[in-house]
Design a protein around this ligand. Structure first.
Ligand SMILES: Cc1cc2nc3c(=O)[nH]c(=O)nc-3n(C[C@H](O)[C@H](O)[C@H](O)COP(=O)(O)O)c2cc1C
Length: 328
């Protein structure tokens, strides 16, 4: 029997240098997670906490008291964010506020001293957010109406999904920035681990920079020069405090991109996902072109533009459903 090569190899070769960059980024993310928490303004901790509160609020049967182990920290962090002057995401803040209001209403019978202390602190805050937004009902758990004409919508979605192909030849016509943002909006509807959405998109349409960026990965040979807008999808490990969650940015990033490219297709644009090779020299090359923090990992790039008419496109036939789905 042939033994796998790894048996008998030295520890140094088992722990390959190829993982060093990832390890460094995971540690940087952990550090940033706790550093920002010290500054009491940790958005990712808050997004996760508010998500956990919503889950508690919708659970059946709902307990009279829950979240005692993290509610004080949540209120403390929310208070700091509510008072922040810069970098405010108002709809996000509204969601935090509404969920906390609902939580304290629904746990009014709780005898847990941690919940009582947190409620006192919450009520004492002079929160200046407008509460008359028409969106207010949507900012905490709500009763969702049925999707109207669902089968028609399925058909439209299937049409968009089946029409999409990776396109590698583009017209020189620029892509309006608002269309990229509209497609990002679809991408952002994706589920994500505890609704953190710990990612960002660097969209580049500057002629010199977009070509330089497009040339960095390996899979753009022959078309890097003609990509009108290149989007770098970046996962931020600062959203996580545990190494065990280090892959969540790739899962969330992939789900985001799925919505993003379908959104682009629905807007009459074409796209091609571009693989990001996890290599030190590639990362160094990219860092010369865009600013990336220590915890930020590139998930992939997405080339966007208007495809040249009448070009040949790979069929890229998909696997048959029956080959993929198995029932047990
Ligand atoms: C993560 C990922 C990385 C990819 N990398 C490249 C790439 O580097 N260069 C390229 O030309 N296409 C790339 N593609 C596009 C695939 O080749 C393409 O999605 C696949 O062949 C199926 O074709 P379709 O997208 O037209 O359905 C990538 C796609 C994904 C999802």
């Amino acid at each position: 029997m042939t033994l796998p090569k790894v048996i008998g190899a030295t520890a140094a070769s088992v722990i390959s240098q190829a993982f060093v960059g990832e390890q460094r980024a995971v540690q940087a993310g952990k550090r940033m997670h706790f550093d920002t928490e010290m500054s009491e303004n940790n958005r990712m901790f808050l997004r996760r906490s508010i998500h956990r509160l919503e889950k508690g609020l919708v659970s059946k049967p709902r307990r009279d008291s829950f979240a005692g182990d993290f509610i004080e920290r949540t209120v403390k962090t929310a208070a700091s964010y509510l008072q922040a002057q810069d970098d405010r995401d108002e709809p996000e803040l509204q969601w935090f506020k509404d969920v906390l209001d609902m939580y304290f209403r629904e746990t009014s019978n709780s005898g847990d001293p941690r919940v009582i202390a947190a409620r006192q602190r919450w009520l004492s805050l002079t929160v200046s957010l407008a509460s008359s937004s028409p969106e207010i009902e949507k900012s905490h758990p709500f009763i969702q109406s049925e999707l109207s004409n669902a089968s028609e919508k399925y058909t439209a979605l299937r049409e968009i999904a089946r029409h999409r192909r990776s396109i590698r030849q583009f017209e020189t016509k620029p892509v309006p920035r608002n269309l990229i943002e509209q497609a990002v909006e679809i991408g952002l509807t994706a589920p994500s681990a505890c609704n953190r959405q710990s990612l960002r998109v660097i969209a580049v349409d500057d002629p010199a920079l977009r070509v330089a960026i497009s040339k960095v990965p390996m899979g753009t040979a022959g078309f890097a020069e003609q990509i009108p807008t290149i989007c770098v999808v970046v996962g931020q490990l600062r959203g996580y405090e545990h190494e065990r969650d280090r892959h969540a940015i790739y899962v969330d990033g992939g789900l985001f991109v799925t919505g993003f490219i379908l959104g682009l297709e629905g807007l009459g644009l074409n796209s091609c996902c571009i693989n990001w090779p996890d290599l030190e020299q590639k990362e160094a090359a990219m860092k010369k072109l865009v600013s990336l923090d220590d915890d930020e990992r590139i998930i992939m790039l997405v080339a966007v533009g208007y495809g040249l008419p009448n070009q040949l496109v790979p069929r890229s036939r998909k696997r048959s459903t029956g080959m993929v789905v198995g029932w047990q």
